[in-house]
Design a protein around this ligand. Structure first.
Ligand SMILES: Cc1cc2nc3c(=O)[nH]c(=O)nc-3n(C[C@H](O)[C@H](O)[C@H](O)COP(=O)(O)OP(=O)(O)OC[C@H]3O[C@@H](n4cnc5c(N)ncnc54)[C@H](O)[C@@H]3O)c2cc1C
Length: 328
């Protein structure tokens, strides 16, 4: 399918991760014309494998998406590599603009742009992110079972993370990072044998690209095999301001509010995956996408049916005078 402004697709999907591709699969199998525009930076790109995904546990993240793309293309969908910089218009005529030029028109839009993990500004965290620096026990807990896990206190979620990771290992070290630990949390840590390490963390100690420990402001290095952080998770929403989509604040970041089908409240616009649900893992993001795809198709069926009924009525009205003219 050529990229031409005058072609009006049924759906443009912005973002080709698990959510966007799953929606596109549902929609192409429903014989809808679908274009996915994807900037190619899925959230879990630094990770070695996708864990907890039924029947595909441990699959390489890039391979999963390559397979998904091939399935979408196999049903006639189109994938465009690039970044959407703006969206405008209203249903059934949205215009999506790509950075560097190129416009696409669509009757419906699905936002599947994921989120940005804003990491704590501790040297070494970004470099080791997704490998030795982790956030989600369901993604990586098994891989660090019985290892020395350090939890870097960066917000209210950090205590919860320490308690969770304790399920996978009895060697959890809580780095208070200059802050305190509330007495009730201290009691829980003491009961579970979670060590509290005071002092400010100045950097992660890394040798040969592997984490060796956490360096404190008194130059001590506390040995750990993995560090857990709680990033602020911010939905990628800004390019949709022109169609009335705004972020909703959340204690852990921000997201795009929607009903359980992914409908945003803006006619013709749905959202799926991490952009709507900060806690969605790959399976949940894919399920969200499939559900949103089905609801978008149903919405298009309604519009197509209404148009068919209107066309038929206008045809009957045009014909009727001629027929009645012959009735004696
Ligand atoms: C380090 C790490 C490890 C993880 N490990 C696991 C795991 O083991 N198991 C698991 O189930 N989950 C894991 N997750 C969670 C997983 O990454 C998410 O559940 C999943 O990526 C959400 O899918 P999504 O489609 O919503 O977003 P994403 O996968 O982030 O995809 C969004 C896509 O949209 C594109 N995009 C964004 N903005 C634009 C734009 N303006 N124009 C065009 N394209 C755009 C992005 O480039 C990206 O390709 C992990 C997360 C992290 C951070």
């Amino acid at each position: 399918m050529a990229e031409q402004a005058e072609i009006v697709r049924d759906v443009v999907v912005v973002g080709g991760g698990a959510a966007g591709l799953s929606a596109a699969l549902t929609l192409t199998r429903a014989r809808r014309s679908v274009t996915v525009v994807d900037a190619g930076a899925p959230r879990n790109a630094p990770a070695a494998g996708v864990h907890g995904l039924l029947a595909l546990d441990g699959v390489d993240p890039a391979e999963l998406l390559a397979r998904g793309r091939a399935e979408v293309v196999g049903y006639g969908g189109e994938i465009i590599e690039g970044e959407v910089s703006d969206a405008s218009g209203t249903a059934p005529d949205f215009v999506v603009t790509r950075r560097g030029g190129g416009r696409l028109r669509a009757r419906r839009l699905l936002i599947a742009t994921g989120l940005v993990d804003e990491l704590p500004a501790v040297p070494g965290v970004r470099e080791q992110w997704g490998r030795d620096v982790l956030h989600c026990p369901y993604c990586h807990g098994w891989e660090v079972r019985d290892h020395r896990v350090g939890v870097l206190a960066t917000g209210p979620l950090s205590v919860h993370q320490a308690l969770l990771f304790r399920q996978w290992t009895d060697d959890v070290r809580f780095f208070a990072h200059g802050g305190g630990v509330a007495p009730e949390d201290r009691a829980k840590f003491d009961a579970l044998g979670i060590a509290v390490i005071t002092g400010e963390v100045v950097e992660l100690a890394v040798e040969g690209d592997r984490l060796r420990g956490v360096r404190l402001d008194d130059d001590r290095v506390v040995a750990v095999d993995a560090v857990v952080v709680a990033p602020r998770m911010v939905a990628r929403v800004e390019v949709f301001a022109g169609i009335g989509i705004q972020p909703t604040e959340h204690p852990m970041g921000s997201y795009i509010a929607a009903d359980p089908t992914g409908f945003t409240g803006v006619p013709g616009v749905w959202v799926a995956g991490n952009a709507a649900d900060l806690s969605a893992q790959v399976s949940a993001a894919a399920a969200d996408g499939a559900r949103a795809g089905a609801h978008i198709n149903a919405d298009l069926v309604t519009e197509d049916t209404d148009r068919a009924v209107a066309d038929r009525l206008s045809t009957e009205h045009r014909v009727e005078p001629a027929i009645t003219g012959h009735i004696p």
